[in-house]
Design a protein around this ligand. Structure first.
Ligand SMILES: [Zn+2]
Length: 184
């Protein structure tokens, strides 16, 4: 399965559309920071499964309502033998473990993809969940400058960075690998 992972739209809906057109994927995961309805709109034309979680930046009630068809905050969905667990910004983690697990969160776990200018600012609870449940992948954003691919034990943590800075990621679950990409 090929997952297209986009994060932190911040008004860059044109770049968002470009990536959707350019990349081939089976599933789209968007990990938050939709700044307005224009940032949500590109999701409507995606014919593949889409999942989103909310971020923390200017997300109005209207935006949260518009995200409803795809929002997986506080729940999980199973696709192609993989369980995707959604956690929006500042929300509790709720799931039942599975053999093949992928977390879709706004915040990065502590110590991976979380390095901001004041130091590591990731979520401590997420780190504990990684140590306990050893998911194969953890997809996140939030700390734009922390983007990249990180290993915590056997878990591959992907901070896609901000699409407003032309950064995104593609995950190949069969090959157990992720790559960072840049929109030209
Ligand atoms: Zn952001």
């Amino acid at each position: 399965m090929r997952i297209l992972h986009i994060s932190d739209i911040h008004g860059a809906s044109a770049a968002f559309r470009k990536v959707l057109k350019k990349e081939k994927f089976d599933v789209l995961a968007v990990t938050g920071d939709f700044e307005g309805l224009a940032d949500v709109k590109p999701l409507e034309s995606v014919s593949k499964p889409v999942m989103t979680v909310h971020g923390n930046f200017y997300e109005s009630i209207e935006v949260l309502e518009a995200l409803q068809p795809w929002d997986i905050n506080g729940r999980w969905i199973d696709i192609g033998g993989w369980r995707f667990v959604g956690v929006g910004y500042g929300e509790p983690v709720m799931f039942e473990p599975a053999k093949q697990l992928i977390f879709v969160t706004h915040e990065p776990p502590f110590g991976a993809g979380d390095l901001s200018w004041i130091g590591p600012v990731g979520n401590q609870n997420f780190r504990k969940i990684i140590q306990k449940h050893r998911p194969q992948f953890w997809l996140c954003g939030h700390i734009h400058e922390g983007r990249g691919i990180f290993n915590v034990g056997k878990t591959v943590v992907v901070n896609a960075g901000s699409i407003a800075e032309k950064s995104y990621a593609v995950i190949d679950t069969e090959a157990n690998k992720a790559i960072m990409k840049r929109l030209l």
